[in-house]
Design a binder for this molecule. Structure first.
Ligand SMILES: C[S@@+](CC[C@H](N)C(=O)[O-])C[C@H]1O[C@@H](n2cnc3c(N)ncnc32)[C@H](O)[C@@H]1O
Length: 235
């Protein structure tokens, strides 16, 4: 196989997702419960990570054994719950950020309902301001908020040396539904959203170019989910 991506129709992609999920561990009863609640509660629940992506984050965190995690973009707290469950051994401190009042309320509900208060802190308000208040280093930094903010978040994290020496930044949605790669990718989308995703795609191309060219870091762009970049310090 010469390419790294299989060509699936949307229906085949859904079947492949179910297949992967059926043979994967890591999606706990609480994660399922929160995922279903969020889907029922919010019209824009496609912003939430998929269960398989939650399982991926958990798997990575169980391997990396982080002591501190910074998450930029909480939504309903689904990914924060996954980080929490993955770090029972290390008792990691998890800092999550969120700007939207209804999602701040949803994340607070998640923290209360699933008993995450001892290790999860929610910073309310614009992430760029919240990041600037962070001290020390983080072993995992999950960037999953407004697409126009990503490059600024990554630059601030690097400039402030918030990433631990052996830490990793995980950027979600770097494909922007495929439109970062090609404007032909919009056929399967709600057409009203195509201009939005084209703009997001341009921001993500700029982010990827920045990460590739910045001499401080190594960048790995993976065709997982909506595109996932892993960034680490060069050693
Ligand atoms: C893609 S969702 C996060 C999904 C979540 N991490 C998960 O895995 O389920 C992005 C979230 O970032 C929030 N957000 C957008 N702009 C932001 C900003 N400037 N500062 C903080 N949060 C922001 C949105 O309100 C939204 O809840």
């Amino acid at each position: 196989m010469l390419t790294s991506v299989l060509s699936f129709t949307p229906e085949e992609a859904a079947t492949a997702t179910d297949y992967c999920l059926a043979y994967s561990d890591g999606v706990s009863a609480n994660m399922k419960d929160l995922w279903n609640w969020t889907r029922n509660e919010f019209d824009d629940a496609d912003k939430m990570s998929s269960p398989l992506q939650g399982a991926t984050n958990k798997f990575l965190a169980e391997l990396l054994k982080p002591k501190r995690i910074l998450e930029i973009g909480s939504y309903s707290g689904f990914s924060a719950l996954a980080w929490y469950e993955a770090t029972v051994d290390t008792q990691a401190e998890i800092i999550s950020t969120e700007i939207e009042p209804r999602m701040i309320a949803a994340t607070k509900r998640t923290i209360d309902k699933y008993g995450l208060k001892d290790r999860v802190t929610l910073l309310e308000g614009p992430a760029q301001e919240s990041i600037k208040t962070c001290k020390g280093t983080f072993d995992i930094i999950f960037v999953d908020a407004d697409k126009e903010g990503y490059e600024g978040y990554v630059k601030t994290v690097l400039d402030q040396k918030l990433l631990a020496r052996d830490g990793v930044i995980i950027c979600d949605n770097v494909f922007s539904r495929g439109l970062a790669i090609t404007e032909n990718a919009g056929a399967h989308l709600n057409q009203e959203l195509v201009p939005y995703w084209i703009e997001c795609g341009k921001k993500m191309q700029k982010l990827s170019a920045f990460c590739k060219n910045d001499q401080r870091v190594d960048n790995l762009v993976l065709p997982l989910y909506d595109g996932m970049s892993l960034i680490k310090w060069k050693h």
